[in-house]
Ligand binder design. Structure first.
Ligand code: ZN
Length: 309
């Protein structure tokens, strides 16, 4: 079982050479994708992860930096001419949800969830899809990729206004002969829902925080994980620059400091931490706070780095 960090940068921003957030879990030669950030279709193929070995995709939340390359991924992994997908795979992610009360407005266009997004992307590329389906005899793309809305558990009941991140046990969203994938709600408010994921196989456990502030749900999700892939924010990087108070507040209240990562990892008993989804620019020294709260090993992930379980 391997983790490959395809892209490690946070946000719809191009800073340096890092690609946008995307990761893969490889189990016995088959793989599973988590998030579709900038540059990931190329990163996946260059890592040897051609679409014909994809079993399922997962999206943590609907901020654009996590899904901006989903259309490209589908179009560049389409059927046999590109060693692509030839039988149905699901792309699982948040269902449609209203914005929280405080920021609710006349939203235009209307809110979408994962199922709608995949359908709408296909509609946007209808010309190309129609012509290649007939001219090149490719399998219709909508028979290969399907957006799947992740259903929230009935209890504890979560909603974007009164209880966006209740304490919960991880719940199973996907299972095949190699992996069981569980999800939990994480604290990336006002984004709702925002998920963390746990991949369990006979080889071990890899968990993903998605985007989140420090939350006890990540402790429950990452119990005894072999690898905890956690996001991070470098507030010093942003405070030194000319950003609005609103932007700084978003960063501080919906992301996690290095000390916070250490606390989560220690409490969960995670064996190793991989820091990815870097909000801001980081050197190893910027992560030193992790060691204040966690005794285990941690790595500042590079793009296309491989970690084995
Ligand atoms: Zn986000």
């Amino acid at each position: 079982m391997h983790l490959i960090t395809l892209g490690t940068a946070a946000g719809p921003a191009i800073r340096g050479t890092r690609h946008g957030i995307a990761s893969a879990v490889v189990v016995d030669g088959q793989h599973y994708l988590v998030d579709f950030g900038l540059g990931m279709p190329r990163q996946a193929v260059e890592a040897g992860l051609t679409g014909n070995k994809l079993r399922q995709g997962f999206v943590t939340h609907l901020h654009s930096d996590h899904i901006s390359e989903l259309s490209a991924y589908m179009l560049y992994n389409w059927d046999t001419p590109v060693q692509g997908v030839t039988s149905r795979v699901g792309i699982m992610g948040p269902g449609r949800s209203p914005l929280p009360e405080g920021i609710r407005n006349e939203v235009s266009p209307p809110q979408t969830g994962m199922r709608d997004i995949v359908k709408n992307l296909m509609r946007a590329y209808a010309y190309d899809i129609n012509i290649r389906t007939t001219d090149e005899a490719r399998i219709p793309l909508d028979e290969l990729f399907e957006g799947v809305d992740i259903e929230l558990p009935r209890r504890p009941r979560a909603d974007p206004d009164r209880s966006p991140v209740p304490d919960m046990e991880p719940f199973t969203i996907y299972e095949d002969e190699r992996v069981r994938v569980k999800a939990t709600l994480v604290d990336h408010l006002p984004v709702f829902p925002s998920f963390g994921f746990r991949f369990e196989s006979e080889h071990g456990v890899i968990t993903f925080s998605g985007d989140t502030a420090e939350t006890p749900n990540m402790v429950a999700l990452s119990q005894d994980a072999d690898l905890l892939v956690h996001e991070v924010v470098n507030m010093d990087f942003y405070r030194d620059q000319d950003f609005t108070e609103e932007f700084l507040h978003h960063l501080e209240s919906s992301h996690t400091s290095p000390e916070g990562i250490g606390r989560i990892a220690a409490e969960a008993g995670a064996k190793k931490v991989v820091v990815s989804h870097l909000a801001g620019v980081f050197s190893n020294a910027d992560l030193a706070g992790i060691a204040d709260t966690y005794d285990g090993p941690y790595t500042l992930a590079a793009d296309r780095q491989l970690f084995s379980v």
